[in-house]
Design a protein around this ligand. Structure first.
Ligand code: GUN
Ligand code: FE
Length: 438
């Protein structure tokens, strides 16, 4: 009885209505009156026409009356993918944006991150950031924590408990001239990274994975970068860091690493550029560096709120896409003041339009393209697009159920009177509104 497109698991939910998503060929595809089945493992088992309900219910063994019918003003879209967010910086999001990057790190970021030695402080902030990002529709987040292994493990546990898909990174840094107590020795950093990876993987959280996280080249010795590249390579792990965010930082890296061809070359020669690498920012990369990204399969997390808030630069996303480099969007809390991916979508449009103001011939990003970057593009940038990013049979059902006509929301549907409401699903399970867990 089992045909090739049927999964072994049974059907847990069937939804009928409008589905909006991006595909590899089309930036926005609107599927009207579709029937989508989710199996007991949270995967999309089938997508068919609403008119085929009788046939599909027989084939998949569900009762036609058990189908959840979306309202006229409702639709499903894929959950959004935040490719770069500092969970530890959520405690001061929306403040302290009056200094450029390198001074901002010394004055605000490092002193706050040092507080995560205290596990109760960490638990409080991490619970808030996971709940907030889920409520904002972030079903997948790629997190920086701090140098503290146990607090970073706690972030993994909290993401798991609330049902968020997450890459979690214990930050590695053995250089810090301004706040000397907020750093590790290279041996500690290597050893604690191995402990972090081992303990996180031992938990067997289905949606949470470790990511090797050198903070950025100015915070890491060449020896440490080498150890981290080796750990990632030996365990086939994700890697995240920052690159070419500001011109001052690029100049500093040239001084610190004089024997390398470029900032990108520093990471490349330590085996840190792979098809599971995501580098935040890249505002000031050269064509040659983008070519290296393309060749290695490494991706860029575009964080426009942060880039404007810290006056770092304006990434030319069109140029990155023309180089065929994978690119997703990130909030970069707290360099970015908003933990919302919808804000990241808006700021991406704003930056593209600011580039158009400077050059009227500029090929402005379309809203549809940016929608794709926030969903499928992000999952590709994190090399998670086999599991998530859009509505394809076999992927996990990570989705937002949006009601544009719900009471009290921010959209006035003229003559309808109510506003939007969102339900959030990860791997088929409803995680917002919260069914309070831990
Ligand atoms: N570069 C190194 N560390 C950081 C950080 O915490 N935030 C940002 N925006 N850039 C960085
Ligand atoms: Fe960052």
């Amino acid at each position: 009885m089992t045909s090739s497109n049927e999964s072994a698991a049974g059907i847990a939910h069937v939804y009928r209505g409008t589905f909006v998503h991006a595909t590899y060929h089309t930036a926005v595809e609107i599927l009207e009156d579709r029937l989508l089945g989710v199996d007991t493992e949270g995967k999309i088992a089938f997508i068919g026409s609403g008119k085929e309900v009788d046939h599909l219910s027989q084939k998949w063994g569900f009762e036609a009356f058990a189908v959840t019918q979306l309202g006229q003003h409702e639709f499903f879209m894929p959950g959004m993918v935040d490719t770069h967010i500092h969970a530890s910086q959520y405690s001061y999001a929306g403040t302290a944006l009056d200094l450029p990057l390198l001074q901002w790190l010394n004055m605000y970021t490092f002193p706050v991150e040092a507080c995560y030695k205290d596990l109760e402080f960490a638990r409080n902030v991490y619970t808030h950031v996971v709940k907030r990002t889920l409520r904002n529709g972030t079903t997948t987040a790629c997190y920086f924590a701090t140098i503290h292994t146990d607090a970073s493990l706690l972030l993994g546990q909290i993401a798991n408990d609330f049902g968020q898909r997450a890459l979690v990174g214990k930050v590695c840094m053995d250089t810090n001239n301004f706040i000397p107590h907020y750093k590790e020795t290279p041996e500690e950093s290597e050893g604690e990274t191995k402990r972090f990876i081992g303990e996180l993987l031992k938990k067997k959280y289905p949606l949470v994975r470790p990511v090797v996280t050198p903070r950025f080249a100015p915070s890491c010795s060449a020896a440490l970068l080498g150890h981290l590249g080796e750990i990632a390579q030996n365990n086939d792990l994700h890697i995240q860091s920052h690159i070419s965010e500001t011109k001052e930082e690029v100049k500093l890296v040239k001084e610190l690493f004089p024997d390398y061809d470029s900032y990108t070359d520093v990471y490349h020669r330590h085996n840190l550029l792979t098809d599971k690498t995501v580098m935040a920012h890249g505002c000031h990369l050269t064509d040659g560096e983008l070519k290296l990204f393309r060749e290695t399969g490494a991706s860029i997390a575009h964080c426009p709120n942060s880039n404007i808030s810290l006056c770092s630069g304006m990434l030319d996303v069109r140029r990155v896409l023309n180089h065929k480099v994978k690119l997703g969007l990130g909030t970069d809390v707290a360099g970015g003041y908003s933990p919302s991916m919808l804000d990241a979508v808006r700021r991406t449009m704003d930056t593209s339009k600011a580039l158009t103001i400077q050059d009227t011939q500029y090929n402005t990003l379309t809203f549809e393209e940016v929608f794709r970057l926030a969903t499928l593009g992000g999952s590709q940038a994190l090399s998670l697009d086999e599991n998530t990013g859009n509505f394809e049979v076999g992927k996990d059902f990570d989705a937002l159920r949006v009601n544009t006509d719900a009471a009290g929301g921010p959209i006035d549907l003229i003559n309808h009177g109510e506003g939007p409401k969102v339900e959030v699903y990860v791997a088929g399970k409803r995680v917002v509104p919260f069914v309070e867990g831990p």
